[in-house]
Design a protein around this ligand. Sequence first.
Ligand SMILES: [Zn+2]
Length: 244
Amino acid sequence: MSQMTWGYACPAHIGNGHRCGNPASNNNEFGLCAECEKKEGVERAPKPDFVLVKVGINPGLASELRKFLPQKKRDVEKAMDLEAAHLTDAESIGRNPYAGRDQKYADNPRPQDADSGSCVFGRSTPMRMVSLAGLKKELENADLRFTGAHILERGKKCTLVMEYKNEGEAREMHPKLEEFLNAAYQEIFIWANGMNHMGFVNHTVNCSGRMDQGKPVVNLLFADGLWSWKLEEVAEPVGDTVTD
Ligand SMILES: [Zn+2]
């Protein structure tokens, strides 16, 4: 099977809340990269203060969710502000903020998110067929609470954003949102971002292509902020097995 083709980013702390992000050398889940292996006193990057689970949704679904969720528009001006903040942050750790950008958007004049974070499972290959079932519990066990959700509208693109934070009051989650959080997705990217100007470390789980059919291949695990995954258990075949 090809499910293990994605890499794993080195979890060493390189300052300012950032995770190293070089490919881990030995391909084990918590392995360091070749560079960090040589360093002494390497610490692991801090766990996030915020986790944002983002799901790309179509306009029909967006209007359905708008019945109980607020909508935020990210206009061009706001996007530019955000972009500028990311640029400064990326440059503070000597990183190319556009390294992970999809080249097909290179000519798009609309500002996009510059990246200052590390893509936990590789930049170019998304994790595929991933189940989030169990993530909610793991986040809650790590004392991150659901503090709200909204729909982010950027041009024609709508995204459902669910927020988990280590501060603030926990809110009740609408059953519809719970469905999204328990679903499986065709593709997932996870970004471990460093400290923002407010001093918070945030991680983002970007999901697309909700799977209504087919079996997920892996389960995503929060792993106390390091992120990990395990293979879905394969069910025993059901049928007329003769046992004696
Ligand atoms: Zn490293």
